[in-house]
Design a protein around this ligand. Structure first.
Ligand SMILES: [Zn+2]
Length: 255
């Protein structure tokens, strides 16, 4: 009886906590993804979108979303864009047959891997995947490291219907420009003065929040701190920000 009451208390607690959504993490990089997800759910995280990026990561991601109550995106990232671009077409069937795969990502350009995969190789994989996403009617999750201007040029030319700029690295003008095009700026757990300005000046309706765990944040539970930071910088109520950002993610990924 005591135990039953305790679990009712817990359910009540979780329902009363504003919904938290982590729009970008890599569950395939954890030893025990189930434990990580359970921990996040017990801390009020309601929705998690885990990201692939390599052939191996995409296989793992498509399995994880079938077993755990999370969503995922699959695609070939810049680091994998040379040798693994041959897999790109196979993700069409993978996404079509799995309703929990809700987009293509992460895709984009990365200046740190240009020795391995020259800019033209990265760009061609990036463009091909934008086209596939548009054919499928799904959003793209974009990765940029040191190549923000080029990434914006590609998205302007090849027009993904909806793009989320994961771990946004651009400046406030670029953020404003992309938000104006209807794209999403994803706020990571790093609060430089540049990021604070972006959080301050970009409307909440063009924003989502991510941990990029385990790369930046430790686990998806860390999304609470990201939402807390956004609410304190924007001087808004935590609950309102959590609700709004979760709703943005829902609409963006059609979930
Ligand atoms: Zn990532």
């Amino acid at each position: 009886m005591a135990q039953a009451l305790q679990s009712i208390e817990k359910i009540k607690y979780v329902q009363e906590v504003p919904p938290l959504t982590d729009t970008h993490c890599h569950l395939d990089l954890f030893q025990n993804a189930a434990a990580v997800v359970n921990d996040a759910f017990s801390h009020g995280v309601r929705t998690i979108i885990t990201s692939g990026g390599s052939a191996k990561g995409n296989e793992a991601t498509s399995k994880i979303v079938k077993i755990l109550s999370v969503f995922g995106v699959v695609g070939i990232d810049p680091a994998s864009s040379g040798a693994e671009s041959e897999y790109i077409d196979s993700y069409v069937a993978m996404i079509k047959s799995n309703p929990r795969l809700v987009g293509i990502g992460e895709i984009g350009l990365d200046s740190h891997v240009e020795e391995k995969n020259p800019p033209e190789v990265q760009k061609s994989a990036f463009i091909r995947q934008i086209r596939i996403a548009n054919e499928l009617g799904v959003p793209v999750v974009i990765h940029s490291r040191g190549r923000m201007a080029d990434v914006i040029k590609v998205t302007d030319e090849h027009k993904p219907e909806k793009a989320m700029f994961h771990f946004f690295e651009g400046d406030v003008e670029q953020a404003r420009y992309l938000a104006g095009k209807g794209h999403m700026i994803s706020i990571p757990p790093r609060y430089s003065s540049r990021m604070k300005r972006i959080i301050n000046e970009i409307d909440l309706s063009s924003m989502v929040a991510e941990t990029d765990a385990p790369v930046a944040g430790k686990t998806p539970s860390d999304i609470r701190e990201v939402v807390e930071a956004i609410s304190s910088i924007k001087k808004l109520e935590f609950g309102d920000v959590a609700e709004a950002l979760s709703e943005n993610a829902k609409v963006f990924f059609h979930i």
